[in-house]
Design a protein around this ligand. Sequence first.
Ligand SMILES: *Cc1c(COP(=O)(O)O)cnc(C)c1O
Length: 390
Amino acid sequence: MLRNTWAEISLSRIRENMLNIRRSLPNTVKLMAVVKANGYGHGDIESAMSAIRGGADYLAVAYLEEGIRLRDAGLKHPILVLTPIQPELVQLALKHDLALTVTSAKRFSEMRAIKPYGSESKLRVHVKMDTGLGRIGIRTKQEWDELVPWLRSEDVEVDGFYTHFATAGLADTSFLNQQASRFIEMKAWGSSSGLDIRHYHCAGSIAALRFPDLAMDMVRIGAAMYGFYPSQLSCPVKLNPALSLHSQLIQVKQLAKGEVLGYDNSYRAEEDEWIGTVPIGYADGWTQRMQGTDVLVGGRRAPVVGKIYMDQLMIKLPGPCAEGTHVTLIGSQGEQRITFSELAVHIGSVAQEVSTSLGVRIVRTYNDFEEMRPRWDKQTWPNEINQAVI
Ligand SMILES: *Cc1c(COP(=O)(O)O)cnc(C)c1O
């Protein structure tokens, strides 16, 4: 490994998280594993395979190119692209057998103009309804009525009809209930349209776990499969974060009381103290907002001091340490533990912002490829994974 800053990802944890979610829901509910943004930073192909072993039936990504990557890796499960694609790319989506999100008759008719009627391949779509998130989707009955004739075509398969909640993580459930009722109303538009709609779905991770009654035909699980759940809620199933982040001290020095360090002299030593330099910075996704957090060294907490640089940061060590000493930025050392939730609270965001920010320069290591091997015929293993195992 050339870089001494790395993320360790436990694929068995992703699988176990998914299995625990699977067990908490009726067997009739399908599980869609959301592996957008490189599997929330955990590796898209690896996460998808682990999720499938944990019982996932479907995969989802945000963008077309993410779906193509999964197909190129040899994954055969149905894949939904959650963000509407540019209509002119419809042939590319068809070629890779990707299901598309549809949000209006206009956009759909533009796609239709490119995909010839009656050609062999089916255009598989999930219609997105906006029940209150206000992001994308159909909001009115009139918009739905305009779309329906376009969907009533031999070569169009309406695989899904879905919405997304705005407040699934809030203690106050009134807006969620409002969205759920609106979706039930819209569902009736779907069932009375005469279209053969295969799956109705509305719940992401939090809604699926908190309100299993909203699971309907399918749930879309992202955050929870990586082990994330809002810390202010109690999680009804056992979830473990799959990723930990590590580095090493590349320099250790003593600073005398009153000496300064960092860009803009951002830190002044309060006493004679030991300072370590860690090779991770904002270009790796460890943003300047991480100033004021801790890392772990020798089983103890060490605060980040001064501004975070592009490629390094500095910490105040508990005492003298050897260069090369192991540093844990996310994960545990002895009794001490730095969690995604702790970092998320510090930056005023959610765990998945921390994990998806981890840049491409951070090496991903997978500590249990071996465990996955037996279920996968070597022939069907994606090449990248074969190479990584060998
Ligand atoms: C990202 C995404 C999800 C996954 O949400 P989690 O909270 O991470 O489980 C589900 N549905 C849609 C539409 C999404 O964009």
